[in-house]
Design a protein around this ligand. Structure first.
Ligand SMILES: [Fe+2]
Ligand SMILES: [Fe+2]
Length: 237
């Protein structure tokens, strides 16, 4: 299975880079994953431009979650209603049939250990929401019986993938509560983003974690599940 993944387009900020990256795509992926921060600072209308780049070119299922730049139920519902053909997952799961394989995807924005000032001011329960989400995601992963299990999230599930970012920023970029969840539920692949300067790939136990942020890779990340998921096989990164 070929998985295409990207995130942190922050349209309009990296829109041109995204356009170029999609134009340069020379494979036909089986599924296209978007890990949040598609638009900058709640600019919902920018999603339209991103969608138009994919339209016609990407014919496989598109599965997306939201980033901190698409924060809050209201913004997320607006985006969902604009694109009924995209599978948006926010603390939800989805099963796709790809090449006769049942592929399960759990999608979420994820959590951070230290909410931003803006989040605390506008969403007073945000700290609780971030903590409770870890349990929710654990349950979703545990109850998904499929051939291949993907966790698609925006924030980092481990600080290991944040190396390259300033350590004082790490608590605002991810939550280590997911580390135990990943080791215990063993998804076949974890996709995250948000860290524009983090590492591209790490392993938690045997679980591969890919950071697909567009500003980090400057291309769409392609993962060949037969080739790229074993520890030590880092040739493409
Ligand atoms: Fe971002
Ligand atoms: Fe982000």
């Amino acid at each position: 299975m070929l998985i295409a993944a990207t995130a942190d387009i922050h349209s309009p900020t990296y829109f041109d880079l995204f356009l170029k990256a999609v134009e340069e795509l020379n494979v036909k992926p089986d599924v296209f994953l978007l890990a949040g921060d598609i638009v900058e600072n709640g600019r919902v209308e920018e999603w339209e431009r991103v969608y138009n780049v994919l339209f016609g070119k990407i014919t496989c299922p598109i599965v997306a979650t939201f980033g901190n730049n698409e924060f809050g139920k209201e913004t997320q519902e607006r985006i969902r209603s604009m694109f009924p053909d995209i599978h948006f997952l926010q603390d939800e799961k989805l099963v796709l049939n790809i090449n006769n394989m049942r592929v399960g995807i759990v999608g979420t924005i994820g959590s951070i250990e230290k909410p931003t000032y803006w989040q605390l001011k506008n969403f007073p329960d945000v700290r609780k929401e971030f903590e409770e989400r870890i349990k929710k995601i654990e349950t979703l992963l545990k109850t998904l019986t499929v051939d291949f299990k993907i966790l698609l999230m925006h924030y980092a599930p481990t600080f290991k993938i944040l190396e390259g970012e300033e350590p004082f920023r790490w608590p605002g970029m991810g939550h280590r509560g997911y580390e135990r969840v990943l080791v215990e539920t063993k998804p076949d692949l974890v996709i995250c983003a948000h860290a524009h300067n983090g590492k591209k790939k790490t392993f938690l136990d045997s679980v591969p974690v890919f950071n697909v942020a567009l500003p980090l890779h400057k291309r769409i990340v392609i993962i060949d599940t037969k080739r790229d998921l074993k520890a030590g096989l880092e040739k493409f990164f």
